[in-house]
Write a protein that binds this ligand. Structure first.
Ligand SMILES: [Zn+2]
Length: 107
């Protein structure tokens, strides 16, 4: 059986971060992309249809996204603690990989 995919390293820049995964793939992902896909109870409902998603993306893009603090959650995810709010979402490794593939840049 294949090992479950994990995040092996996160390098935080000012506006984006580099995510490295256990299968050897690395991606540069904007913090904005991670915020617009936040799965917390407050943000997730705002992505449920196209209209709400557009409004949510506009709102997030107006925020000043400062470098977040990152904490590991068990063996499956991280939380990102944003100075601009919204710190309760857990970003599972598989979710981060989906964001990386959809919105990130492979490096
Ligand atoms: Zn959120």
């Amino acid at each position: 059986m294949a090992e479950p995919l994990t995040l092996t390293e996160i390098e935080r820049g000012e506006e984006s971060c580099i995510l490295r995964f256990s299968d050897g793939e690395s991606f540069r992902v904007e913090y904005l992309a991670i915020r617009t896909r936040c799965q917390c109870a407050k943000c997730k409902p705002r992505q449920e249809n196209e209209q709400r998603r557009i409004e949510f993306n506009e709102e997030v893009s107006r925020l000043v996204l400062e470098k977040p603090m990152v904490e590991l959650v068990g063996h499956y995810g991280i939380t990102m603690i944003w100075p601009s709010g919204c710190s309760s979402g857990i970003h599972s490794f598989s979710h981060l990989r989906n964001i990386s593939e959809d919105l990130g840049t492979k490096i």
